[in-house]
Each structure stands twice: as structure tokens, then as C-alpha cells.
Design a binder for this molecule. Sequence first.
Ligand code: ZN
Ligand code: ZN
Length: 140
Amino acid sequence: MKELRAECIARLQTVGLRPSEPRIAVLAFLMKHRIHPVAETIYKALAPEYPTLSRTTVYNTLKLFEENNLVMPLTIEDGELRYDINTSFHGHFKCKKCHNISDIFFDESGMKMPLPQNGCKVESIHLDFYGLCSGCNTEE
Ligand SMILES: [Zn+2]
Ligand SMILES: [Zn+2]
């Protein structure tokens, strides 16, 4: 736990953010729980331990992290803004039954992505898969 805290402080300092308690707590939660949570999930998980923490602080902290590329916002489904601590390129699989979201990584040789030509500048790519995860795909 101490190591995680130290890493959070280091990450915050690297991007020039003051390592305040709420920032450390939110970042530590994201690093520990790789579940692509929505802000509300983070708030509810941290509230018992940090009684002074407000919803607004969590939202603002996540916004700040986003601006500093500490987290990647995900809108896999409409009206559901999730946060991913892994900001490198990867896809997501969302199970329609248990609603868990898992990461999908690919190596350079594994898949050739079609990219827009003719001088288009790609700024972001979103790759989402939907279906039943292995735990839920047991019906037959
Ligand atoms: Zn599932
Ligand atoms: Zn992810």
C-alpha cells in the first residue's frame, strides 16, 4: 500500500500536479482497481475512508487527471463516462450480462488497423467489443 502511494505521488509530480490527499486517493483507487469505473463508483468506494471528500472533488480530480493524461475517458455506452488508468492504446470488451469491462491488448503484428488516408489526422481510436464474457457465456 505504501508503494502504491509513493507511485501515485510520483505520477502526480511528473505531470506537475500537487499530490493532495484526494488526488492520491483517486489515483490509487484507479491503479488498484482496474475496472474502468465511473466517477460515482470511485466516490462511493472512497467516501467511508475520506469523509470530507465530496462528489464534486472526485469529478474535478478526474477532469484534472484527464487534462494531464493520467487517465483516459471512455464512453463505451452513452451517458456512461468511465475512466481508464491505462492510457496506452487498447480495446475493450463489455459483457452485456454482467457489464464488466475487460481490456484487450494487441501486439504490433497481431492486427492491421485500417486508417483513414488522404491527410486525415487521427486523434483517437476507440475499439469496443460487446458480447458475453467467458463467465457468462455458459448458457448452452
Ligand atoms: Zn459477463
Ligand atoms: Zn482499458
